[in-house]
Design a protein around this ligand. Structure first.
Ligand SMILES: Nc1ncnc2c1ncn2[C@@H]1O[C@H](COP(=O)(O)OP(=O)(O)OP(=O)(O)O)[C@@H](O)[C@H]1O
Ligand SMILES: [Mg+2]
Length: 226
């Protein structure tokens, strides 16, 4: 069974100029162990879709199922806290905190039961941050390193689904591939469902499945014939 299923999602923004139909019956399903890329031109509805998948907002029409259960029947904040890890283009690390503290804070907020310090250290090691750098402030890292710390923070609570909105948008090619390779490993080695919104062809090419958002409509382009 798929982890996440989107059925006929529609979403409108109401503005002074009128309604913007950001999503029009978007339908898709997502499974564990797989990397999905969502591509599509600017304004096509990708970030809107991501906020619905994260339970940050609810669709106007249609439904999202997590392991077959409708999000309408779940506590969305709890769902996001426990099962979703989010990564954004501009990292959003807290500048006054160290790398370690940034990851520990997310564990704190998620009421992580185990040893937070140990878990945070393991996550930073996993994304390639060296131990001697743990206590450096997040602003003292390069962009690529900051994004890897953001990945460590997103996966610290062991969520099943990783949602990344343009995670390589601010990175050069080498750093982009570093981050994407970590995301691919999370799916292929650690069994996560990884969904990456991207404009970069080389990032999309690393995905198992490419979905194209076209003016609020989602189309599935299988990379490998099924
Ligand atoms: N808060 C908002 N209020 C009104 N309209 C919005 C809002 N956010 C997005 N939109 C509109 O909804 C549509 C979809 O926007 P969305 O941000 O989902 O696109 P996107 O595919 O993520 O674009 P990009 O690649 O530029 O990030 C666009 O027409 C956009 O202008
Ligand atoms: Mg966007």
């Amino acid at each position: 069974m798929s982890i996440l299923e989107l059925r006929h999602l529609s979403y409108d923004y109401v503005t002074k100029a009128g309604k913007v139909h950001a999503l029009k019956e978007a339908t898709a399903f997502f499974e564990k162990d797989k990397v999905y890329a969502i591509v599509g031109r600017s304004g096509s509805g990708k970030s809107t879709l991501m906020s619905l998948m994260a339970g940050l907002d609810v669709p106007k029409d249609g439904e999202i199922f997590y392991h077959g259960e409708s999000l309408r029947h779940l506590d969305c904040d709890k769902f996001r806290r426990e099962h979703i890890g989010m990564i954004f283009q501009s990292y959003y690390l807290l500048p006054q905190l160290t790398a370690l503290e940034n990851v520990e804070l997310s564990l704190e907020l998620a009421k992580y039961k185990g040893n937070k310090r140990k878990r945070a250290e393991e996550m930073l090691i996993l994304v390639g941050i060296k131990k001697e750098q743990f206590k450096k402030r997040s602003t003292q890292f390069s962009g690529g390193e900051q994004q890897r710390i953001a990945v460590a923070r997103a996966i610290a609570t062991d969520p099943e689904i990783i949602l990344a909105d343009e995670p390589t948008g601010n990175l050069d090619n080498e750093n982009s591939m570093n981050v994407v390779n970590i995301l691919v490993d999370l799916a292929h080695k650690y069994g996560k469902c990884v969904i990456i919104i991207t404009h970069a062809v080389e990032v999309a090419e690393k995905a198992d499945v490419i979905l194209k958002m076209d003016d609020g409509v989602l189309r599935r382009n299988m990379k490998f014939s099924e």
